[in-house]
Ligand binder design. Structure first.
Ligand SMILES: *[C@@H]1O[C@H](CO)[C@@H](O)[C@H](O)[C@H]1NC(C)=O
Length: 135
C-alpha cells in the first residue's frame, strides 16, 4: 500500500519535471528520413557458391556445392566428399583448385568452369581442401 503511494508520487513528480513542448513545434511538419534501401543490394554476399564437386567422374553421382569467399581455403569435411571427389567445376567467373591435403597443402589441381571430368589418379578420390579465385 505504502509502496504504491510512493510510486504514484514519484511518477507525478517526473511528469511535472518533463518540460512541455511549445505549441509552435507542432506547426512544423517533421520530414521522415528517406529509407536507405541502396545499402543492402550493393553488398556482395560473403559466402557464394564457388565450386561444384562430384563423387563420380563425368560430373555424376552426389554433388557438393562449396560456398565461400574467393581466395579462402576450405576443407572438405566428413566422409561423403573428403577423399571422394572425381570431377569438378568452378562457378562462372572463378578458377578453383583442389589439394590432396587439408588446408590447401600438397599436390594441387586447378580447373575453370569447363571443369575436369576425371581428376588425374594422383588426386582422384584424394582431394581434401579447395580454394577458388576470381578469373
Ligand atoms: C564415395 O563415392 C562413391 C562414388 O564414387 C560412392 O558410391 C560412395 O558412397 C562415397 N562414399 C561415401 C562415404 O559417401
Amino acid at each position: 500500500m505504502q509502496f504504491t503511494t510512493v510510486l504514484i508520487a514519484s511518477f507525478a513528480a517526473l511528469a511535472m519535471a518533463i518540460p512541455t513542448k511549445d505549441s509552435s513545434d507542432k506547426a512544423t511538419p517533421t520530414k521522415l528520413p528517406e529509407p536507405e534501401f541502396s545499402i543492402l543490394p550493393i553488398e556482395t554476399p560473403k559466402d557464394a557458391p564457388l565450386i561444384d564437386l562430384w563423387q563420380d567422374e563425368d560430373f555424376l553421382g552426389f554433388k557438393f556445392t562449396g560456398f565461400s569467399t574467393a581466395g579462402t581455403c576450405e576443407n572438405l569435411h566428413g566422409t561423403g566428399f573428403n577423399n571422394n571427389v572425381s570431377s569438378g567445376k568452378s562457378r562462372p567467373g572463378f578458377r578453383c583448385t583442389v589439394w590432396n591435403k587439408k588446408d590447401c597443402f600438397g599436390p594441387a589441381f586447378s580447373f575453370n568452369e569447363q571443369g575436369i571430368d576425371d581428376l588425374p589418379s594422383w588426386i582422384d578420390n584424394k582431394a581434401s581442401s579447395w580454394k577458388c579465385v576470381k578469373n
